[in-house]
Design a protein around this ligand. Structure first.
Ligand SMILES: Cc1cc2nc3c(=O)[nH]c(=O)nc-3n(C[C@H](O)[C@H](O)[C@H](O)COP(=O)(O)OP(=O)(O)OC[C@H]3O[C@@H](n4cnc5c(N)ncnc54)[C@H](O)[C@@H]3O)c2cc1C
Length: 501
């Protein structure tokens, strides 16, 4: 399930790391946050390198919807419910700075970005109150939103809040230009180099341990989506949320603007200019990674919805991606531990990282050169408002604990040795050890079902044919290879029992 953007992307492979190299700053992660951070630092004369575990864009950025918007679904009212007006305005200012930087970069580097309006619409009468609340919160935050009683679209819409002059783009075209610009400033990007950890070395430097050797750095930035180091316990303040997307060829006219529903199940729509004409992109059906049953059903349901309202819709690409929702609604950008300024992180964008990620990069680079923007405090990684978020954090972790024990109990005993049917996976108990067995493309594999991050029991994702951890969102290929998440190691491979195929 490769995204529309990754499918057409033509980004040349980047360098292999030379072990023993030393940099002022190593940025871990070659998504939007990492590349913009590296570029802003390099532009300020800082000697920086990017280390990417897979390929540039392989994380969430390469599979996003690609909306560059300050009207972000119902984010403003959610932030307003937890924070002061000042914090809400600072969040919007941060996103405005991110959006302006991004659109300027696109204009200067010939990355097409199309100006369109963004709408948060009510799918039914019940969602109208959320639409009105979003209008009120965005007005308070200084956005020029308007309230619409009618929306001219072929799917159910009972009113909307609208913000003119937002934008949409192909995120891989953006990353390709960013990567080229980072390298033109002499900053290397090392791809296919998984970072396993960061520790303090003997001479006061940080040591970045990768699968291909070590690098030394004075500072490290974790731009890895969810942070890969457990020091600040950020995994306990984030909920990993996976959603589904599909691009359709359609004969019906495609609505011009960008739309997202105010309620659940989420329906997010936009137009995309494909090589053979316009496509309709539909996203939604989000859920916590590894929880909520069959993912195939969620992906299929999105296709049925699109066909109901666009009868000729034919899916040409289907994919899925995940992002991380912070317990107190604002992103976390700053030190991994209070006062530990040599390791910084940026996460918690709640599916609005194309502006938040750039804002995070501006804040990180600004702090590094002693000139942080005024709004940076609202996105701090450690802030007093987190005390207010403790009940939510407790709830999030209560659910995690429940899934930890449920996963271990769910592992069932099975003695027949039969391989799961094609495309299926199951967790079995062999002695005390839960084993994940699946069959994909005719090959049956057995791996340990225990996620190496914090020992959750993985569950089978039947849409993508992966093993997903319901605790903190780590994901693995059928053979156990790490795909994403706070884990930095793969699931342990196990031998097939004799007599099975
Ligand atoms: C379905 C969906 C739709 C979305 N749509 C929108 C949208 O329309 N507009 C919007 O603003 N936002 C949207 N978002 C959110 C946005 O796409 C993300 O917040 C943003 O792309 C995150 O960028 P990032 O650089 O922080 O993370 P990523 O793009 O995930 O980059 C992190 C990188 O770190 C690498 N990495 C991880 N671990 C390691 C390791 N151990 N060693 C080395 N490298 C590592 C990964 O391979 C990855 O490339 C959406 C999110 C989802 C899930």
């Amino acid at each position: 399930m490769t995204s529309l953007w990754l499918h057409g992307a033509q980004i040349p492979a980047r360098l292999r790391l030379t072990p023993g190299s030393r940099f002022d700053t190593v940025v871990i992660g070659g998504g939007l946050t990492g590349l913009v951070t590296a570029l802003l630092m390099a532009e300020n004369g800082i000697e920086v390198a990017v280390v990417e575990g897979r390929r540039v864009g392989a994380g969430t950025t390469g599979s996003t919807t690609g909306k560059i918007s300050l009207l972000q679904g119902t984010r403003a009212q959610q932030i307003a419910a937890h924070h002061s007006d000042h914090a809400l305005r600072a969040y919007v200012e941060a996103n405005r700075a991110g959006q302006e930087w991004l659109l300027r970069f696109c204009a200067e580097h010939r990355v097409p970005a199309e100006r369109v309006a963004a709408l948060t619409y009510a799918q039914n009468e019940d969602e109208l109150s959320a639409v009105r609340a979003e209008f009120a919160a965005t007005q308070k935050a200084g956005l020029a939103t308007e309230l619409l009683d009618e929306v001219d679209v072929p799917f159910p819409a009972h009113g909307a809040v609208r913000l003119a002059d937002q934008a949409q783009l192909d995120p891989m075209a953006l990353l390709a230009a960013l990567a080229a610009e980072v390298e033109s400033h002499g900053a290397p990007i090392y791809e296919s180099t998984l970072v396993r950890g960061v520790h303090h070395g003997e001479r006061g430097d940080l040591v970045v341990s990768t699968e291909h050797g070590e690098l030394a750095a004075r500072k490290v930035v974790l731009a890895t989506g969810t942070p890969i180091l457990d020091r600040g316990g950020f995994f306990a303040r984030l909920t990993p949320q996976r959603s589904y997307l599909a691009a359709f060829a359609v004969d019906e006219p495609i609505p011009h603007d960008m739309y997202i529903s105010a309620g659940s199940p989420t329906r997010s729509l936009r137009r995309v200019q494909g090589p053979d004409g316009e496509l309709l992109l539909v996203g939604g059906n989000g859920h916590v990674v590894g929880r909520g049953g069959s993912t195939r059903r969620k992906a299929d349901d999105l296709v049925s919805w699109a066909r109901t309202w666009f009868p000729t819709a034919t899916p040409v690409h289907q994919w899925s991606a995940q992002d991380y929702a912070p317990v107190d609604e604002l992103p976390y950008v700053g030190p991994v531990l209070p006062g530990q300024n040599d390791i910084q992180l940026a996460t918690g964008y709640a599916k609005w990282g194309l502006t938040n990620g750039v804002a995070a990069a501006i804040a990180l680079a600004g702090r590094r050169v002693g000139d942080p923007p005024d709004w940076a405090g609202a996105l701090a990684s450690w802030r007093p408002s987190e005390l207010k978020a403790l009940p939510t954090a407790t709830k999030v972790n209560g659910a995690v604990a429940q899934h930890l024990s449920a996963g271990w109990l769910r592992a069932v005993t099975r003695h027949d040795g039969a391989a799961p049917a094609e495309g299926c996976g199951a967790v079995l108990r062999e002695g005390l050890h839960p084993t994940a067995v699946c069959t994909v493309d005719g090959t049956t594999t057995r791996v340990s079902a225990i996620c190496p991050h914090l020992y959750g029991i993985v569950s089978w994702n039947d849409a993508e044919r992966t093993w997903d951890c319901p605790l903190h969102g780590s994901r693995f290929a059928p053979d156990g290879t790490l795909l994403e998440g706070p884990a930095t190691r793969s699931l342990t491979p196990l031998q097939m029992p004799r007599g099975t195929s």
